[in-house]
Design a protein around this ligand. Structure first.
Ligand SMILES: Cc1ncc(COP(=O)(O)O)c(C=O)c1O
Length: 403
């Protein structure tokens, strides 16, 4: 029998999900998952936030009372959610927001926001080249490649010092052709946890402006680094400079909506008609032709939380607990490593969910085989997988694999 499907080329499975599967199938009792970027409590759980649970209950009550319209959302998503996103990311003081130069499209998670933005830039605006940090989240390569971009990298982490390779990064930006897209992680850089200082961001953005580059911010960790305001510093700086830019926003980590796939593409433009056209193009040629319109439940809850000051404060408090736990675990991990004479100062300086341990691929694989400790082969460890019961086990194992 002929098989038309047999001509398919083999695809490389996504490393994060492969690692998760390997972990789940590992029969050992003592095992630790420091792989995929999902927050976990001290007890190893990823619960829904209580503020969101309250909204679910309210939603069901309204549904039972016949007050919920269960029909499709518009292609661009829920209006009340779309109105809150720029208030959170750019603030009410935003220059672009005051001047009516911001458009928001609800997306399927932050990944969906990246995807819509990449499609808009490559397929509708003919941008050809994107520069991403070396290293970056591996899915950036995938997204920009599928959108038709030529992908290049700029230096980011200095291997010798474990710090930002700031001078080399600036030199690389000076060489980028005008009209290139440059991708930034506004905070909690994935995978390195290394963020530029505010002064460094000012220099970077100044150069981006001079070189006439197009910034695209991947905002996946707002509130998990230093705070919801601090973590979007470069985005707000670009806004106050009057730049045109895109932001992919994710609510997976900061509202624990991993499964609801809630995100947004925010487009900040200088020209209102162009901005309007851009959004219509994305709606008609990308969204309608793929998933048609986004899901409503996550957006309904998120909008209710963000638009009510009391609920918003309750959310920010829950988010602070996540941030504080990550910081505390980072401190304990650094302590446990240094107690064993292992270098850890670089880990202390990093921010967010990840620690870029500096472990080699061989060491990572040894940790996996010998100790059932799972992390990506670049040595990135999700700190949320550590807790008081496993931190010494992990530190001992790293000590053993570092001999
Ligand atoms: C850097 C970065 N960008 C975007 C995302 C996408 O998040 P999601 O699509 O789950 O909202 C992630 C998730 O891990 C990430 O680490």
């Amino acid at each position: 029998m002929v098989s038309f499907l047999s001509t398919l080329q083999e695809a490389t499975p996504d490393p994060f999900f492969v690692l998760n599967d390997l972990y789940s199938k590992d029969p050992k009792k003592e095992k630790v998952n420091l792989g995929i970027g999902i927050y976990r409590t001290e007890e190893g759980k990823t619960p829904l936030m209580s503020v969101f649970l309250d909204e679910l209950v309210a939603f069901i009550e309204r549904a039972r009372a016949g007050e919920i319209n269960a029909g499709y959302l518009g292609i661009e998503g829920l209006a009340s959610f779309r109105a809150e996103v720029p208030r959170l990311v750019l603030s009410d003081e935003s220059r672009a927001l005051k001047e009516g130069r911001v458009q928001v499209i609800q997306s399927l998670g932050g990944t969906g926001g990246m995807f819509l933005g990449a499609k808009l830039l490559a397929q509708e605006l003919s941008f050809k080249q994107v520069f991403v940090s070396d290293p970056t989240w591996s899915n950036h390569m995938n997204i920009f490649d599928r959108a038709g971009f030529q992908i290049s990298t700029y230096p980011y982490r200095d291997i010798e010092t474990n710090e930002l390779a700031f001078d080399r990064m600036l030199s690389a930006i000076k060489e980028m052709p005008r009209g290139s897209v440059i991708l930034f992680h506004p905070s909690c850089h994935n995978p390195t946890g290394i963020d530029p200082t505010e002064a460094q961001w000012a220099e970077i953005l100044d150069l981006v402006h001079k070189q006439e580059l197009f910034p695209f911010f991947d905002c996946a960790y707002q509130g998990l680094g230093e705070g919801v305001e601090e973590d979007v510093f470069p985005i707000r700086a670009a806004d106050s400079m009057g730049l045109e830019f895109l932001v992919a926003v994710s609510f997976s980590k900061n509202l624990s909506l991993y499964q609801q796939r809630l995100g947004a593409l925010m487009v900040v433009g200088n020209e209102k008609d162009a901005l309007h056209n851009g959004v219509e193009v994305v709606k008609a040629r990308v969204i309608r032709a793929s998933y048609s319109n986004p899901p409503a439940l996550g957006a309904t809850g998120a909008a209710a939380i963000m638009s009510d000051e009391k609920k918003k404060q309750a959310w920010l408090l829950e988010l602070k607990e996540i941030r504080d736990r990550l910081k505390e675990v980072r401190g304990k991990f650094v302590g446990a490593l240094s107690k064993r004479g292992l270098a850890s100062e670089h880990i202390a300086k990093q921010k967010g969910m990840f620690s870029y341990t500096g472990l080699s691929k061989t060491q990572v694989l040894e940790l996996r085989d010998k100790y059932s400790i799972y992390m990506t082969t670049d040595g990135r460890a999700n700190l949320a997988g550590l807790n008081n019961s496993n931190i010494d086990y992990v530190a001992d194992a790293i000590f053993d694999c570092s001999k």
